[in-house]
Design a protein around this ligand. Structure first.
Ligand code: SF4
Length: 328
């Protein structure tokens, strides 16, 4: 099963098929380190095609570590608006500051030092070591997991455990082009070994793949599903302006502007006669009742916004959706 030519096959495929992505541009070492750092933060929980325009604008506005460390949190969040998981943006600023202060402006090459940076966990540190520093790591993302599950036809809970998948990673072997190699494997998962229908005809690994041999492509995944939560948003409008408050209540999107809201049960949602909207977040499905109020209690830090000044603020996508559904 283990072929010595696996890295060659994969890299040959990559050289001919890789996507042109803005963080893969040929550039100086310093820029490559910075581009990798920013893109890896953005790619946590977010798809490549969503990240591309954000990355380009971000790099235009914060071209290097110094400019990022010096920028106000407000400005960074504004550039992150719509990408979600805003703690990533705050951590990225803290990480830039720490690299300048503690590591002389150089992205660490040691895994423990990398993990000491805010927002950099095991996966991101391995990605940085492979992609920015050309060290022989293969970070295990969903794409790599899927390829291994199919190559070895892994189905049971024990077979798909993290521990077993890490062992099976030795299938990939090693290449001196570590940076390209890590990206190449993930790229095959993203473009060819797709979750529902893999394009095996374009894959360099058919000879080595048990799923291909048996024509059994069904993937066993750990139970992961998006929870549905129900909310009631209280909308108070006055002369085309709407009252928003800073979110201190919910653990998601902390400190961003939301309509005064509370979580409710499914029954209340079902029988409510008010207008309802659905918002898909990356970690939950929100079902929201929009309850227009004629009176509301203002709290500290609350403010009235209208359509003309809404863009000056950083608003979560569900706040915007409610705003658009009530304002004309
Ligand atoms: S041969 Fe098909 S199933 Fe196997 S790794 Fe390649 S794309 Fe995935």
């Amino acid at each position: 099963m283990r072929g010595r030519n696996i890295p060659n096959k994969i890299l040959k495929w990559y050289d001919n098929n890789k996507r042109i992505l803005p963080w893969r541009k040929k550039t100086s070492t310093k820029n490559r380190e910075y581009f990798t750092l920013v893109s890896e933060f953005m790619l946590q929980q977010t798809q490549v095609k969503t990240v591309i325009p954000y990355f380009e604008t971000f790099i235009k506005n914060f071209p290097n570590l110094k400019s990022l460390a010096r920028a106000s949190e407000q400005k960074i969040l504004k550039n992150w608006e719509g990408l979600g998981y805003y703690s990533r943006a705050r951590n990225l600023k803290k990480t830039a500051t720490k690299i300048l202060k503690d590591f002389n402006g150089n992205l660490p090459k040691d895994i423990d030092q990398l993990k000491s940076l805010p927002g950099v966990g095991d996966y991101t540190s391995r990605s940085i070591l492979a992609i920015a520093h050309n060290k022989s790591y293969i970070p295990m993302d969903g794409n790599v997991e899927r390829i291994l599950k199919r190559i070895f036809l892994l189905k049971t809970n024990d077979e798909i455990s993290k521990e077993n998948l890490n062992k099976k990673k030795s299938f990939f072997g090693y290449s001196k082009r570590s940076s390209d190699y890590a990206q190449a494997i993930m790229e095959i998962g993203a473009l060819i070994c797709k979750p529902s229908l893999p394009f095996c005809n374009h894959c360099p690994l058919t000879e080595n793949c048990m799923a291909f041999n048996r024509k059994d492509f069904l993937i066993k995944s750990k139970n992961k599903f998006n929870k549905t939560k129900y909310f009631e948003a209280n909308v108070y409008g006055y002369k085309n302006k709407y009252l928003l408050i800073k979110n201190k209540k919910f653990n998601f999107l902390k400190n961003l502007l939301i309509f005064p809201m509370s979580e409710i049960n499914q029954k209340k949602f079902k029988y409510s006669v008010h207008k309802k909207i659905n918002v898909k977040m990356s970690n939950m499905n929100m079902k929201i009742i929009i309850n227009k109020k004629t009176k509301i209690k203002r709290t500290r830090g609350s403010l009235f916004l209208d359509k003309t000044n809404i863009n000056k603020y950083i608003l979560p996508s569900f706040t915007k959706k409610i705003f658009n559904s009530v304002s004309h």
